[in-house]
Structures are given as C-alpha cells and as structure tokens.
Design a protein around this ligand. Structure first.
Ligand code: MLT
Length: 411
C-alpha cells in the first residue's frame, strides 16, 4: 500500500478559510433570512476594470484565429509582460530588474509555497506569529517541522511574535535561521515596515547568510509616501531576497490568477559541498519542469493593468477599498475598540472587546451581528485575542457591519 505523506497529519484541522466558510454555511443554513456580511477572507468584490476586461477579451479572440493563436507560452511568462512590470512597477521605485529575474505565475500563494522546492529541507525557517498560514503549513507539509506543541507552535520552526509591544514588527529570530518570511504590508495585521526597519532585516540577512522571502501582495494598498513597496528599494536586498507580488488584490484577479516572483541573479545559496549557486537558475529549472506558464489571455489582461487607462481604473478601486478600511478603522476606534492596520493595507486588526477569545468573538459576531471576520488565533498563537476584518466589501455592507458592531460593543 502506498504510504501517505505523514507530515500532513501534523497539520491542525482544516485550512483556516475553508473552516470559516464551513461555520458560516452552517449558520446560513440554520438562519436563511439573516443578512450575513462577509468581511472574512480577503477576497475582492469589485469586478475587473474595463481596460483589463477589453485586453482579456482580445486575448481570447486571438486564441480563436490560426494566425494569432498561442500554444504553450514560456514557463517564465511572456517577456513583454515582465518588461511592462519592470518599467511600470519597479523602475518608478528606482529598482532595476532584468526580465530573466521576473517569473510570471498563477499567484503568490502558489509561489510562496512552491519556492520551498529550491531550498534544502535542512534549512531553518523563521515565520511571523501571527502569519499568513500558507508559510507555516507548507513548511509542515514538506517535513521541515515536528509536531505542534501545546502552545500551538510546530517544533523545528522558529516563530517571531508580532504584537503591540513591537508594533507588530517582529524582533530578529531567537536563533540563526536560513529563511525568513516577511510580509509587508502585513497580512493579517495590516501594519507596514519603514525603510529603516527593512534595511535592518536586509543587513541581518546578509550578515547571517539568510534569504528573505518577501511577500508584497498588498503593496498597491500603501497610501503613505515613505513606506517601501518593494524589498529591492532597500540597499543589498538583491543579494538576499526573493519577492512575491500578486494581481489578485491589486486588480481583482483572485478568480483570474496571476502573480509574479522576482528571483535576482545576484542571490546565491550554497551547495552541499559549499560552492555558491544561483537560486534564479534553480527557480527557472523548477518552473520549466513543473509549470507551463499562465494562459495568454490572462497575461494580456495583466499587462493592461499597467496601461494608463488600466492603472487609473484599478487605482480607483484600490482607493475605494481603502475608503472602506478607513470607515472600519475610524468607526471601531470611535467605539472604543483598539484597531491597527487599515492605513496602508486592506486589513484591520482589532483587539476583541471584553477580552474575548478570537473564536468566541467570531461566533458572537456571526450569531448576533451577522458579520463574518477572521479570528486572529487562526493566524498563530500571538493572534489570540485579536480579529481581522477585511476592507474588500461593498460600501453599504461595510457601513452596516461597523454600525452593528458599534451597537453591540460601542462604548
Ligand atoms: C486572506 O484572506 O488572508 C487572503 O485572501 C488569503 C489569500 O490571499 O490566499
């Protein structure tokens, strides 16, 4: 009989978001008339913008003609899309990249998981706590951890608590590590890192021969001028960091699927015998073997995000979501609830009222206010007592949700 990958059995129950959906569906079935407002999973609600849709349609139409049809594309994505991304998303930040360093993919969730393929299992990994669960769970799945302990931490992984004391920016790991996951703007806390804070991480990584896996999926939501959008704005980062980006939240692609990973050619690791080797070459090899690229129409649609028309339209939606974030943050703060994030990110991280546990607050909020959020403890033990609300809803829903919470818990 074939053996299963026993590492999967170390994982706790189900993945966070399906577990939330399960509880919400159960509630909706029992209360079919309830007007449930979903501010849980960070899924966009606004449709694709017209410029993107037009390019998407054109891409599909091209697939219908013999002369413009596209079969397999490059596994790394089309060069023209990589070049547009470099010109429009990186050059304005003062970051110069080659197209060979930009890999187009079907999203940053997949890439931030798949990247583990190119790192030895013996590498020590540091992750935030709370954290986007994918970083934790995928390391457990590949066998980099032991069992979960009583406190909710997996043996063998190094956790970096993010709390009010450190402003949700973790201290350096408590022991030497090889890989460090950083996510800014942060999911779930919605907080950001300054240039100085990121410089400290880059210096630390270089000094300790570590690689930073930098998830910048929410960079488009930054509203403050001096907050870095890319790790490569930081001196030395090309020697020590891989960056993930996504069209999902930026341009409403959660159901379309497109993202990108930057692996600089300067970034080197070491072989078993201590020779230096390029991670860029390894990632290229991995993608060529395990991935067949993103579909042509999707890449056409992604390119249109960066057209003048496309970016104006996309930016309008981002501003709309950030308007929601402000309504949530200001409304709940005025009601006496401690809120963090929501200024440079579409997530508001709040302290549960009356010292409730995250899941107790989830249940109460669902049952009594018919509002869905995400329990902070689902992102890690240090998230206990916190709760995440997403700003991706429709305006009237967001206003109603805030009003219901204020009526129930407002001071
Ligand atoms: C979230 O709600 O944290 C995200 O939507 C999850 C994801 O992007 O995979």
């Amino acid at each position: 009989m074939a053996r299963i990958n026993d590492n999967y059995l170390k994982l706790q129950a189900g993945y966070l978001f399906p577990e939330i959906s399960r509880r919400v569906n159960e509630f909706v079935q029992a209360n079919p008339d309830a007007n449930v407002i979903r501010l849980g999973i960070g899924d966009v609600t606004r449709p694709l913008v017209p410029a993107v849709l037009k390019a998407f349609h054109q891409g599909v139409d091209e697939m219908a003609e013999k002369t413009t049809f596209h079969g397999y594309g490059p596994e790394q994505g089309y060069d023209w899309l990589a070049q547009i991304i470099i010109d429009k998303a990186y050059k304005p930040l003062g970051v110069d990249l080659k197209t060979s360093e930009v890999f187009i993919s079907d999203g940053s969730k997949c890439d931030s998981s798949n990247i583990l393929d190119i790192f030895d299992l013996g590498n020590k990994v540091a992750i935030g706590d709370p954290v986007y669960p994918v970083y934790n769970d995928t390391n457990v799945m590949v066998g980099r951890s032991g069992q979960i302990n009583e406190e909710g931490y997996y043996d063998g992984l190094v956790y970096m608590p993010c709390n009010e004391e450190n402003g949700f920016n973790p201290y350096f790991p408590s022991e030497r590590v090889d890989l460090i996951y950083l996510c800014y703007p942060n999911n779930p806390t919605g907080t950001v890192a300054t240039k100085e804070q990121l410089q400290a991480w880059v210096d630390y990584a270089i000094e300790n021969d570590a690689v930073i896996l930098f998830d910048a999926a929410y960079e488009a939501f930054i509203t403050e001028a001096d907050i870095p959008h890319s790790i490569y704005e930081i001196e030395g980062a090309k020697q020590c960091a891989i960056e993930f980006r996504s069209f999902s939240k930026t341009a409403g692609f959660t159901g379309v699927r497109c993202g990108l990973t930057v692996v600089p050619e300067e970034l080197l690791g070491s072989t078993e015998t201590g020779e230096k080797y390029s991670f860029n070459k390894l990632w290229n090899r991995r993608q060529c073997t395990k991935f067949n690229g993103v579909s042509y129409p999707v890449q056409k649609a992604a390119a249109a995000v960066y057209s003048d028309e496309g970016w104006t339209q996309v930016k309008e939606i981002i501003d709309f979501y950030m308007g929601n974030a402000r309504i949530i943050r200001e409304g709940l703060t005025a009601a006496g609830i401690d809120c963090f994030g929501g200024i440079n990110a579409p997530y508001i991280w709040l302290k549960t009222p009356e010292g409730m546990s995250s899941w107790d607050f989830f249940d109460k909020l669902l049952n009594e206010c018919h509002v869905v959020g995400t329990p902070g403890s689902g992102f890690g033990p240090s998230g206990e007592g916190y709760f995440r609300l997403s700003a991706f809803g429709e305006r009237d829903n967001v206003e109603t949700a805030v009003q219901r919470i204020r009526e129930k818990w407002g001071k």
